[in-house]
Design a protein around this ligand. Structure first.
Ligand code: PLP
Length: 495
């Protein structure tokens, strides 16, 4: 299986090169040249296996230049010897017609772990197989969840180092605590005086600078664990297959019956993986795209106009506070029948005018596949409370956005098809907000202090990785200015 760029007809790469490189030179994203199809016989075979068996099968279809035993080893390291419990991503029934796919049983309690526990192993395997001798230095700017998940994923992975820059005032206190207590002999966390944009543009300017030569001579090579890397998307296809097959095994659905999915969406990676699974023959129906107040995708799906000239809101579902959903480019590529000129044109318009429009057949295709809506802050809060009172199940704010949008979908379309609600974070990652939604007002001096309260109220134990946080030693205290990021990197590498 080879990979091509969404903006360049002539690009053709192996999966190892696509994963090593991350993004194509002209700015396009790597996509598989075709989607393997799984028939009902394949699905029956996969239904008999566990999560890792399903992952091995699907990854081997896409990563055909990797040795099979290497893929087995990567999956073992990520999902068996790593921090996931058996079952990896369980599906639990919430109410008639709706099942919750819990993607937050990894080490950081958010769904980014599903991909970021595996990516470091895929990347180091690719690097070694292609004869790269250098130590890989992963640079990441984070607004919260990605940084911690990348740190955990790369922690103590041979031949790599990871450096995360986070904005001093741009992350929640839980997220900060998670990062500054990070263990691992190859991890480094640095606070940047500024907001997320400052940290992000600082990292970008390091990538674009004249450092390459100097790092090269010292035996380092810079790379990124950004969410547009194909190595972060492919692990996400697996859990849609796995959840569907679990529902069959549990007798919740009949064999090969159609199921809808609803996905709390930000950068469009998670829901795109659902679309890819559908293309591969998984019987998925409507892909329901749930946004928070930053509802640029809701508008796009209903009107065909993608327009980022609007107010950016900070919400209680921060991982969905995004206006430019990068992975949408990969969908546009498929919906335009892989027209690189068309996609390049739209992305140019987005960059220059912050807006583009699609219509006609492409918009029809989009609407056949997707349905979109959003929840505001009050609706999100009410959904957390209502779901807890009705079903005794606690949703985090991101998943609550998904649940609200699902209710809207059912109401407006009358479609009662069995639906998988993709749950992207543990409620314990946002304890103060969830407690407030459940009706426990009061001063919250310190988010970590809310963990016990939330546990008492919900009867759910605090997840182990979060429980130990408040007694963990602070290991990372460095702070730098925006201009000082490059120097901070160099000092860490002793250059
Ligand atoms: C990253 C994230 C999302 C958004 O996922 P995308 O793949 O970017 O659409 C939703 N919820 C949580 C908790 C996340 O961390």
């Amino acid at each position: 299986m080879l990979y091509e760029s969404t903006r360049d007809k002539n690009s053709r790469l192996t999966s190892m090169d696509a994963i090593k490189q991350g993004i194509s030179k002209e700015g396009g994203l790597f996509v598989p040249e075709a989607f393997p199809r799984l028939g009902t016989e394949d699905l029956s075979d996969l239904a008999a296996g566990d999560y890792t068996m399903r992952a091995r099968h699907i990854l081997k279809l896409f990563l055909s230049d990797y040795k099979e035993e290497d893929i087995d080893r990567c999956i073992e390291a990520a999902y068996v010897n790593g921090a996931f419990p058996p079952g990896v991503a369980p599906v639990v029934s919430l109410c008639p017609g709706l099942d919750v796919l819990e993607l937050w049983h990894g080490p950081t309690c958010a769904f980014k772990d599903m991909a970021l526990q595996l990516l470091p192993h895929l990347m180091t395997t690719a690097i070694r197989a292609t004869g790269e001798q250098k130590e890989i230095v992963i640079l990441t700017a984070t607004s919260g969840d990605t940084g911690k998940a990348a740190l955990e994923g790369f922690r103590d992975v041979e031949g790599t180092r990871i450096i995360v820059f986070y904005p001093v005032h741009g992350v929640s206190s839980m997220q900060r605590l998670q990062m500054i207590t990070q263990k691992g002999r190859n991890t480094k966390v640095i606070a940047v005086e500024g907001n997320f944009d400052d940290a992000q543009s600082g990292v970008k300017s390091i990538f674009g600078s004249d450092l390459d030569d100097r790092l090269d001579k010292a035996g380092y090579r810079l790379s990124s664990a950004n969410s547009i890397n194909w190595g972060r998307l492919v692990p996400q296809i697996v859990y849609y297959f796995s959840a569907y097959l679990d529902l069959i095994n549990q007798g919740r659905i009949k064999k090969w019956q159609t199921v809808n999915v609803v996905v709390p969406t930000g950068n469009f990676g998670n829901i795109l993986a659902a679309y890819y699974a559908k293309r591969m023959g998984l019987p998925l129906g409507r892909l329901i795209c749930a946004s928070n107040r930053n509802n640029v995708l809701t508008d796009f799906i209903s009107t065909g106009v993608y327009d980022i000239n609007r107010i950016f809101y900070k919400t209680t579902s921060p991982s969905m506070d995004i206006l430019i959903s990068s992975n949408l480019e990969r969908l546009l590529y498929e919906l335009s029948e892989r027209d690189t000129d068309f996609v390049s044109g739209l992305m140019r318009e987005l960059k220059e005018r912050g807006r583009y429009k699609v219509d006609g057949q492409l918009l029809n295709r989009l609407n056949d596949l997707f349905w979109g809506s959003y929840a505001d802050e009050g609706q999100t809060r009410a959904t957390i409370k209502d779901t807890f009172e009705k079903y005794g199940y606690t949703l985090d704010p991101h998943t609550a956005v998904g649940k609200f949008v699902y209710d809207q979908y059912r109401l407006q379309t009358g479609d009662t098809t069995e639906t998988i609600l993709v749950s992207t974070a543990s409620p314990f990652k946002f304890p103060a907000e969830v407690l407030k939604a459940l009706g426990y007002e009061g001063d919250v001096p310190d988010e970590a202090a809310c963990l016990e309260d939330l546990s008492r109220v919900t009867g759910v134990p605090v997840p182990a990785p979060l429980e130990s946080l408040s007694h963990s030693e602070v290991l990372h205290k460095d702070v730098c200015s925006r201009e000082g990021m490059k120097q901070a990197l160099l000092s860490y590498l002793k250059l």
